[in-house]
Design a protein around this ligand. Structure first.
Ligand code: COA
Ligand code: MG
Length: 290
């Protein structure tokens, strides 16, 4: 999953457009992008869209962002959408692994009720939206077989911290959000799931988006969420490994295959050892190329 596009579930127009966006995944939103009054219509819209979209031969991964566990809305969200079998649920305001387990039980009940495979629906938590959530990041590892990725949010966190803004004048994130971003990366890798970078809200700033994608890929994130279809191409490009990078990874794997007892090798004048092999194998596994 390189690109994950948010689509408000109460907008039939955006839902229809989202399928042409080229995004690897759609996040059909029932939470912040939908007003309280529009929640029932959004649930029905999400259900109908999922039903139609999941039968397509080539389709994006279909994720639904439900309302938070303490919102009083999540059970109605799940009742409405689970009969249409989404691929995954995005859990906002997740505080720790126990929240994932709580959601997992809710999903298990609805999977049984709807004749869906037990454990089939995955979970992607947004893991930095409350002040306390930062301290729960280490608890995702091993929390649930359903975990399929971990992402972070800077907008709700700014509200939770009472901040004036989350960005510095140069456009970069202020320290609390840099910490949340880095901790999400550590937590996702510790849990052996995909680290997904947060949205870049200023969708007319293409250079800013590209810079943030490049920084995310550099640091180890494997994808990024989007809020507008115009962001998808840049995100897909940034998180698609270049032919040169794939070639180099294949050379590293081949070098160790030819020298199975070597700890360290010389590849074209540069030292390579086990961490390089692991990185190369990870890159090739991600793209599904041998
Ligand atoms: N998914 C699908 N289609 C979208 C879209 C999205 N996220 N965002 C915009 N579009 C469509 C619009 O409907 C419009 O199509 P149209 O001309 O056929 O009506 C086209 O793309 C161009 O949109 P544009 O006029 O540039 O933007 P807008 O003013 O309509 O919408 C936002 C701007 C920010 C309101 C919109 O992009 C949006 O709703 N994004 C998602 C917000 C969200 O889910 N937030 C929660 C997570 S942070
Ligand atoms: Mg939010």
């Amino acid at each position: 999953m390189r690109s994950l596009l948010f689509v408000p579930a109460d907008s039939p127009r955006k839902l229809a457009k989202s399928l042409e966006s080229g995004a690897d995944a759609l996040i059909i939103d029932l939470e912040d992008a939908v007003s309280l009054a529009a929640k029932p219509a959004a649930r029905a819209g999400a259900h109908d869209f999922l039903r139609a979209a999941r039968t397509a031969a080539r389709r994006p991964m279909l994720i639904v962002r439900v309302n938070a566990l303490d919102s009083g809305l999540i059970d109605a969200d799940l009742d409405a959408i689970m009969p249409a079998a989404p691929d995954a649920i995005m859990l906002p305001k997740s505080r720790h692994g126990a929240d994932v387990q709580h959601l997992s039980v809710k999903l298990a009940v609805r999977e049984a009720e709807n004749d869906l495979p037990d454990g089939g629906v995955k979970i992607i938590p947004i893991a930095t939206e409350t002040a306390g959530a930062i301290f729960g990041l280490s608890s995702y590892a091993g929390a649930s077989e359903r975990l399929a990725g971990l992402t972070w949010g800077a907008e709700d966190l700014a509200a939770a911290l009472g901040a004036e803004t989350n960005r510095l004048e140069d456009g970069g994130y202020a320290d609390p959000y840099r910490l949340a971003r880095a901790m999400t990366l550590f937590a996702a890798r510790a849990a052996d799931i995909e680290p997904i970078d947060t949205v870049f809200p200023n969708f007319r700033d293409d250079a800013g988006l590209r810079a943030e994608c490049a920084a995310a890929r550099r640091d180890g994130f494997t994808g990024k969420m989007a809020i507008h279809p115009c962001q998808v191409a840049a995100i897909n490009a940034a998180f698609t490994p270049s032919p040169e990078a794939l070639d180099h990874a294949r050379k590293i794997v081949a070098a160790f295959a030819e020298n199975p007892d070597a700890g360290v090798l010389n590849l074209d004048g540069a030292m390579i050892d086990r961490p390089h092999l692991k990185q190369a194998e990870r890159l090739l596994a991600r793209t599904g190329t041998p």
